[in-house]
Design a protein around this ligand. Structure first.
Ligand SMILES: CC(C)(COP(=O)(O)OP(=O)(O)OC[C@H]1O[C@@H](n2cnc3c(N)ncnc32)[C@H](O)[C@@H]1OP(=O)(O)O)[C@@H](O)C(=O)NCCC(=O)NCCS
Length: 408
């Protein structure tokens, strides 16, 4: 099948959105469709045509990624990927991906990132799972604290407009303190609250609670939905679902979690896309009350490994030569990396390598998760110089664990 790839023209937004819904097997309401068409203007879209007809689309967003140590790097966010069910598995995404990655390179992005609907899709293009996100479930009856948290600020019920107004500033403050965080795109900010006023899946409309510090600045925001449930024998056994919980201080984070777990009439609290190392778990007297399941979050594809690796900080002062293999069998590239807690440099090198790995494995270790030693045990990293795996593991590891924060 001959496939032509071209940029989405401004007048093509409706076709773009139609392909996305067809790929997902959904039919939106006319209002939802019109809102999506308006939003797609914020995406750098690409069209794939077969015999002159549109069969696939994909888009790019300009985003910033927080690296270990706090610097923020411009990356390309791959989003809105869809191929018509009549044309899948014929190489359409593969052609689109080549165009997307070329587009990102031309823009000077050091990496591309995405969140995958299905985990097996993107590894072949050089994307590696770079953080792990948690689905958390807590039985409130078991969730008392080891000791009361220190409280100087206050909680405040907020409406949707206030939550919207506070979100972007607060989210930026969280980006400053957590490696792996991806800036909020304008595109997602508009979509974020569009169902807030409606019931979803039997849960009520979203309610918001803010945490303000002693000076009155918002340092935490919680969005949640509830479902009430009673039986005569069991009493109240409601569900509280956390839609979002952003906090730029430990006090705000603990206070908002406590608000959820101590909410009257709720037996269970669930939350999705949370960090894998949430501090609140170890505030509990009974940490077994906290049950979490991990999954992949952000997938990262290095485009300019030297820029990416020199922008982060490392857990141990050391230097290594890395040989990085490109997908599709292109020639491997070598880089001399020197780094530590204060800074790093990474430059092309012709020296013999200490370690050899593919781009997806490099994407997986860039944000401080996925111990390199574990990838080595799985046969995905080759140790050329004895001891190099242990040294690289200590260099790349970072605490806290990376957390990408929100779907884009
Ligand atoms: C996922 C999707 C974009 C793939 O598009 P496509 O044009 O079929 O992909 P390609 O034909 O280029 O596939 C390239 C390779 O990836 C594999 N692949 C593609 N989708 C896959 C999936 N969902 N699971 C496992 N492998 C997959 C193909 O089998 C092919 O492998 P091969 O080269 O060994 O044969 C398309 O199926 C789709 O639109 N799905 C529904 C919407 C969606 O999930 N979008 C992704 C949003 S992140």
């Amino acid at each position: 099948m001959d496939v032509e790839i071209r940029r989405t023209a401004p007048g093509d937004a409706e076709d773009f959105v139609e392909v996305i819904y067809a790929a997902l097997g959904q039919r939106p309401s006319p209002d939802r469709f019109a809102a999506d068409v308006a939003d797609v203007a914020a995406v750098r879209g690409w069209h794939a045509l077969a015999e002159g007809r549109l069969v696939g689309v994909a888009g790019l967003l300009d985003l910033r990624l927080t690296l270990p140590g706090g610097s923020r790097l411009q990356i390309a966010g791959v989003t809105e990927v869809g191929v018509l069910p009549t044309h899948r598995r014929q190489g359409v995404l593969t052609r689109l991906m080549t165009a997307l990655l070329d587009d990102a390179r031309e823009r000077g992005d050091a990496a591309a990132g995405l969140m995958a609907t299905e985990a097996p899709i993107y590894g072949r293009f050089g994307f590696g799972a770079a953080d792990r996100v948690a689905r958390v479930e807590v039985e409130t009856g078991d969730a008392s604290l080891r000791e009361p948290p220190h409280e100087e600020g206050r909680l405040e019920i907020a409406d949707l407009a206030t939550a919207q107004a506070e979100l972007s500033g607060l989210h930026e403050r969280v980006c400053a303190v957590r490696n792996g965080m991806v800036s909020l795109s304008l595109f997602r900010s508009r979509r974020r609250y569009r169902d807030a006023e409606s019931e979803v899946g039997g849960l009520g409309a979203t309610r918001f609670t803010l945490h303000r510090d002693a000076a009155g600045t918002a340092d935490g925001l919680l969005g949640y939905r509830t479902k009430l449930d009673w039986t005569r024998s069991s009493g109240p056994r409601g569900d509280l679902q956390v839609e979002e919980l952003w906090a730029s201080t430990q006090e705000a984070e603990a206070s908002l979690w406590r608000f959820c777990l101590q909410h009257d009439l709720m037996r269970r609290v669930t939350a999705y896309w949370r960090p894998s190392d949430e501090a609140f778990e170890v505030r509990l007297a009974n940490p077994r009350a906290w049950r979490q399941t991990l999954s992949d979050g952000l997938w990262l594809r290095p485009l300019d490994p030297a820029a990416l690796l020199s922008a982060r900080r490392y857990g141990r002062e050391d230097g290594l030569v890395l040989e990085v293999h490109e997908p599709g069998g292109a020639a491997a590239r070598r880089f001399r990396l020197e780094g530590g807690l204060e800074g790093a440099s990474c430059v092309p090198s012709s020296a013999s390598p200490d370690l050899s790995l593919d781009l997806a494995a490099l994407g997986s270790v860039c944000l401080g998760d996925a111990p390199l030693e574990r990838l080595h045990r799985a046969g995905r990293v080759e140790e050329v110089t004895p001891g190099a795996v242990a040294r690289a593991t200590a260099m790349f590891r970072w605490s806290p664990a990376p957390w990408s924060g929100a779907f884009f």
